[in-house]
Write a protein that binds this ligand. Structure first.
Ligand SMILES: Cc1cc2nc3c(=O)[nH]c(=O)nc-3n(C[C@H](O)[C@H](O)[C@H](O)COP(=O)(O)O)c2cc1C
Length: 247
């Protein structure tokens, strides 16, 4: 196993950081790594907001359900899908009202671009000995976050990312068996339930160990619970108001 693969397969989200700062040079390196991600048609349809303002971080933390690391991490970034820049590029040549901009296809392009860049940043940070955690809960109050960050039309916050030096070693969360995620030629539904049940046992053992016997939920129960209640149902209306995913 080479060093890169060792790094990738030793990932764990970090939610407690030391006071050791991340230097501007390190941040520049992390963002540079992000920018070298592949990009659909080279559109580079994302923007990153580096939030340094303590009041803004406090507000976002509250909106995420008081996730303390949003306030306490040395670096907090918000990753946004961004079709606004493309609109501006189009406008240089002709009226962008005619552009096929906020289509479902371009929304996929922008979210994929942002995710690829973000994961490059995550790996870069981890390679420098730092830890990261993604913060999807910025979408708990998507409109509030959007207004706070003064995001223009044709953009949307997707997720935050806390970066810093780890002050914990929580342990790795087991993944689904490879068999469950890798299909050959065609999608295989055969054996799926068995694979899930096997994974449930793995996760149950892991959670029992991680919580000192206090919790014992399985992965399929977690997924059931997640999908049983409506979550962030305002996102669709927000996206439409932003001119995204509308055609
Ligand atoms: C898009 C995205 C959003 C996430 N949002 C949150 C979040 O709001 N808060 C949090 O503590 N973890 C969040 N996570 C971290 C996941 O819970 C974590 O990656 C997952 O449980 C697997 O654990 P691991 O990263 O330690 O392997 C998020 C991860 C992703 C990819």
């Amino acid at each position: 196993m080479n060093e890169t693969i060792k790094l990738l397969t030793s990932h764990q989200s970090i939610r407690k950081f030391t006071n050791q700062p991340v230097t501007q040079e390190q941040l520049d390196t992390i963002i540079s790594a992000a920018q070298w991600a592949s990009s659909s048609s080279h559109v580079q349809a994302y923007s990153i907001i580096h939030v340094t303002n303590a009041g803004m971080r406090q507000q976002i933390s509250e909106w995420t359900g008081n996730q303390s690391y949003v306030v306490n991490s040395p670096i907090f970034l918000v990753w946004c899908a961004d079709l606004h820049r493309l609109r501006t590029a189009y406008e240089i040549h002709e009226n962008a009202d005619k552009a096929y901009l906020g289509t479902a296809e371009n929304w996929i392009v922008a979210t994929v671009d942002a995710a690829l860049a973000a994961q490059n940043a995550a790996i870069a940070a981890e390679s420098l000995g730092m830890g990261i955690v993604y913060i999807g809960s910025v979408r708990n109050h998507i409109e509030g976050v959007s207004t706070l960050l003064r995001l223009p039309k044709y953009t949307s916050p997707l997720f935050g990312m806390c970066i810093g030096y780890p002050d914990q070693d929580p342990g790795q969360r087991p993944r689904l068996p490879q068999k469950a995620v890798l299909h050959h030629n065609t999608y295989q539904t055969d054996g799926m339930e068995e694979q899930i049940l096997k994974y449930d046992q793995t996760m149950k053992d892991y959670i029992l160990k991680r919580t000192g016997g206090k919790r014992s939920g399985t992965w399929s129960e977690d997924m059931r619970n997640k999908l049983k209640t409506p979550t962030r149902m305002d996102v669709k209306a927000y996206l439409e108001a932003q001119g995204l995913d509308v055609e």
